[in-house]
Ligand binder design. Structure first.
Ligand code: 6PG
Length: 255
């Protein structure tokens, strides 16, 4: 019986690196290794990508030399969240991946699963995306899960588009995988679509990529204090919860 969603069976791993470059290189190596193992077992590899700026160097590495070892022909890309803007908008998480990765690799349209933003509302986009996810995984006779979910961490402890003000951990989302949300005023664009904590909990592995001194407090509150007020504290995958963090965010080198 595989570990159940939300049941991270091993304690969180914290891997510290000198800087974002080293962190991204390590993440790329881990992802390529996991993907090759998964595909060698006869499965497709499914990864939900993070937005924001931290993962861009990783995506660029996967578009380059390191990514040449990726089994791209058996890989499917999803998004953990999206800003509700056109995919060619500067704030689009799809555009981030398109420019740093997709333009450099050969994937068919059926392998790239962006969150739709050309519909009437974030709520409608969430419905469409959730239906696609359930079809994709059930169609392929796969347990409803991702092999890997990449996440960032906001200074306020948000992750994906799960914000402390929304108290996502108090809304048991066990039957909902994707939600339309309105971010707090400080986060623009405010209209978002996000995977829920229960969807994140179905992942085999979750990698948090965290860099910069401005993330120090949030990183400490989540990993050392397990502050229940912060959504990132409640991310519990089935197997590995891995923090890849740079020295600026983790100066004491906590591991
Ligand atoms: C988004 C992300 C968000 C991001 C954090 C960290 O759409 O913005 O999903 O959760 O990962 O805000 O962002 P940075 O990497 O830019 O610091």
């Amino acid at each position: 019986m595989p570990p159940q969603p939300g049941e991270s069976v091993s304690p969180p791993e914290i891997h510290s690196y000198e800087n974002l470059t080293a962190l991204s290189e390590a993440a790329a190596r881990e992802i390529v290794g996991d993907a090759r193992e998964t595909v060698d077992r006869g499965n497709e590899y499914t990864i939900a990508l993070a937005g924001g700026s931290t993962p861009q160097p990783l995506y660029e590495l996967l578009a380059g030399e390191e990514g040449k070892r990726m089994p791209w022909e058996k890989t499917h890309l999803f998004w953990g969240d999206e800003r509700f803007v056109p995919h060619d908008h500067p704030a689009s998480n799809y555009r981030l991946v398109e420019e740093s990765l997709l333009e450099e690799i050969e994937l068919t349209e059926g392998q790239v699963h962006p969150i739709p933003t050309d519909v009437e509302s974030p709520e409608r986009a969430a419905e469409i995306y959730e239906a696609m996810l359930r079809d994709f995984f059930s169609y392929r006779d796969r347990e409803l899960t991702f092999d890997l979910v990449l996440l960032g961490l906001g200074e306020d402890g948000h992750t994906a588009s799960l914000f402390p003000e929304d108290r996502p951990h108090e809304k048991p989302d066990e039957d909902t995988w994707v939600r339309g949300v309105r971010a707090p005023d400080r986060h623009r664009p405010r209209e978002r679509v996000t995977l829920t904590l229960s969807a994140l909990g179905t992942a085999w592995d979750v990698f948090f990529l965290v860099a910069g001194a401005n993330k120090r407090e949030a990183f400490h509150r989540v990993t050392q204090e397990e502050d229940p007020e912060l959504p990132a504290t409640h991310v519990r995958p089935r197997r590995r919860l891995v923090w890849l963090v740079d020295q600026a965010a983790n100066p004491s080198g906590i591991v």
